[in-house]
Design a protein around this ligand. Structure first.
Ligand code: ADP
Ligand code: MG
Length: 235
């Protein structure tokens, strides 16, 4: 039996390096990371603190650019874009979820979710309808008018995920999304990622949380700026 014809990868990184230069010292945060992700994969990147997980997510999502190497996302070489083009492409293609939510405290849950749609130029009616749908999707319909301070940690993280999905991203990137949550709340977040993934969203999470990592389809470990583990030629 032959394998099905592979789809074009959603994400390809080739030999990524990122050197941070700070007051005369250099940190080699990434030292040659290559990976490829198919559409609708769910990848967990694990590794100790300081190993380069956040740096890698930022490069994969076009938040930052590599010192050397290339990222190709949804058929687009990110290095060939100007900064403005890259910001626009990111807004339309990538959803970002962080450990600490980054919700605006003065805005309601629904308004937070609408914000990236407003940035992308969606009209008011469309924004409202889609925010309603997304909050329903994360089981927060009854909290749409609550401000972040009136929500639990797990609820805030679900609002952040709904916001990340606002512009129908091809790729959802989450950096330690359960880092500040208790066990049962973390399980809720994993369930949500798994069902989004089952609906076709490609997901990459960076995490210390082994239960979350084990819920992904694939895991890679990063140590000292390099991939380790099955198939990555670790030493
Ligand atoms: P992780 O997310 O796995 O904890 P990071 O990607 O945040 O790791 O950091 C990798 C390395 O790069 C660390 O040694 C960190 O101190 C360094 N680093 C991260 N961001 C910066 C920055 N903006 N400037 C200088 N050094 C940085
Ligand atoms: Mg980090």
């Amino acid at each position: 039996m032959s394998d099905p014809i592979p789809a074009e990868p959603m994400l390809i990184s080739e030999d990524l390096h990122r050197v941070y230069r700070l007051q005369g010292t250099e940190v080699n945060a990434l030292r040659g990371v290559s990976l490829s992700l198919q559409p609708a994969e769910f990848l967990a990147i694990t590794g100790p603190s300081g190993s380069g997980k956040s740096t890698l997510l930022h490069l994969l999502g076009g938040v930052d650019i590599p010192t050397r190497g290339r990222v190709r996302l949804a058929g687009q070489d990110l290095g060939s874009l100007t900064e403005t083009q890259r910001a626009r492409f990111r807004l339309e293609t990538v959803g970002l979820v962080f450990q600490r939510f980054h919700l605006l405290p003065m805005l309601s849950a629904a308004e937070n979710v609408e914000l990236p749609m407003a940035e992308a130029g969606a009209g008011r009616g469309e924004r409202r309808d889609r925010a309603r749908l997304l909050l329903e999707r994360v089981s927060l319909s009854d909290r749409r008018n609550h401000k972040p301070g009136q929500l639990s940690g797990g609820q805030r993280q679900r609002v952040a995920i709904a916001r990340a999905l606002a512009n129908r991203p091809r790729l959802l990137l989450a950096d330690e999304p359960t880092g500040e949550l208790d066990r049962s709340t973390s399980e809720e977040i994993l369930d949500l990622f798994q069902s989004l993934n089952a609906e076709g969203t490609t997901i990459v999470v960076a995490t210390h949380d082994l239960a979350l990592a084990e819920g992904a389809n694939r895991q890679v470990a990063i140590v000292d700026g390099q991939l380790r583990g099955p198939g990555s030629g670790g030493r």
